[in-house]
Design a protein around this ligand. Sequence first.
Ligand SMILES: O=P(O)(O)OC[C@H]1O[C@](O)(CO)[C@@H](O)[C@@H]1O
Length: 536
Amino acid sequence: MGAEHTGVSIDSTVESSAAPLLDKLVSDRIAGKLAAQDPTLWGSEAEAEAAIRLSWTTLYQTSRPLIGEIEALRTDLRSEGIDRIVLAGMGGSSLAPEVITGTENVALTVLDTTDAGQVADALAGDLDRTMLVVSSKSGTTVETDSHRRIFTEAFTEAGIDAASRIVVVTDPGSALAELGENEGYRKVFLADPNVGGRYSALTAFGLVPAGLAGADVARLLDQAAGVADALSADSADNPALRLAAALGSAHADGAEKVVLADTGSGIAGFGDWAEQLIAESTGKQGTGLLPVVVEDAGAPGFADAGQDATPVAIGELLGEATIAVAGPLGAQFLLWETAVAVAGRLLGIDPFDQPDVEAAKKAARSLLDDPGSLSETGSPSAVFGSVEVYGDVSTSDGLAGVLREFLATAPEHGYVSVQAYLDRLDDASAGLLRAELAKRCRLQTTFGWGPRFLHSTGQYHKGGHPNGVFLQLTGAVETDIAVPDRPYSLGTLQRAQALGDGQVLADNGRPVLRLHLTDRAAGLVDVMRAVQELAS
Ligand SMILES: O=P(O)(O)OC[C@H]1O[C@](O)(CO)[C@@H](O)[C@@H]1O
């Protein structure tokens, strides 16, 4: 049962079924090899990528020199009255700092959206006190580049020297690194290029924005250091091996969904970070682990998890949870990274690539190149109040009938993915749809904000087990924002991303239904009512 490891503990009720896999991981000395950064662990096809992706195992040491740099900059900024940090970054370039600052209750405005309303709200904050952190490993991510352009313009219009208000985090040699130097941005932090985005929590990507916002990032490294020996031990007590073996054996038995609920971990929003790590690392070649982040241990999907799902508690082993992982955030980062890398070996995939993410980006780009294709949406198949329906409709039973028909396309033990290309603050009520829908359709149901999820679960949707159905929500844009020196606005980009991903999903044979809210607030009420009409 439970075993304590310098601050982390794993409790499990499925030890016996995971035992054969755990024994094999121990006898194959996988933990020691991973700690030695052996790139051969995932087979010959993955070796070249793995050879440049394993530096995360020692970040608790190698990131130490960053701490002083971050603290010095934070002190300077505070002395200049700059204490509001806005972070522009997608996926691995913002999920960790959001969890770190949320856990410490430190304010950080995260921009991982193309919603014009949400960006307008961030722009409406006090620019005099604002520093924008532009984080992008590749330096080319369109959302992040758009935010940089929009904020540069806003600073300039407010009479503020924009270059002095931008800090960059990127990989050495990226176009953003060069731009940062050429434009004279306040500081350019170069991250370790041998760490992929979703493993970068303890690199400059996680530490710089969180530290500038005021989080104690040295403590995170201490927490990770505290668990490092336990994670590299070729022992049946190794918590990462135990977690990997439990998830791997559950997957082999048909439970490819991992339902994550917080049960008093003291960490804010850990599931959102773990979601990218699990989905983007494993969801490929028609296999993988689908993370389903739920509200709490009593939520539908967790409390009533079926044979296709493993309910995992972050915190205490409560309710229906079969595994519980407890420990401080820095330790949990390293534990989950290790466990997912090992699970990748058990699943026979390369946990360090994301082969299907590019398809959605490409589809969005070609829609942007042909703006006509975006304005001609065609007529909706049906309209109910403030909701336009785009997709196959043959029922005359109202919006509830449309949803019923759509949900019937899901296979047994499939899943429903709700994808809201909306404002995750002002349209937050959309998030309530997950539990309401899950309760009624009795399928595992995920919820993601677009385009944020495209850099997270988006990989699994296209590359993982092909049993998902996809409900897109898009909304009217009241006041759009032009992206300076680009032929598109945020509204156009958001639309291109929704339609582009929808197209790729459909091309992959996945059922897609899009509900467009012509009035967002009223439309969300209409959709919720229709969901509640579905028999439970
Ligand atoms: O840091 P970047 O290069 O902007 O990428 C952001 C995110 O986009 C992805 O590449 C997926 O699109 C993630 O893996 C990554 O975390």
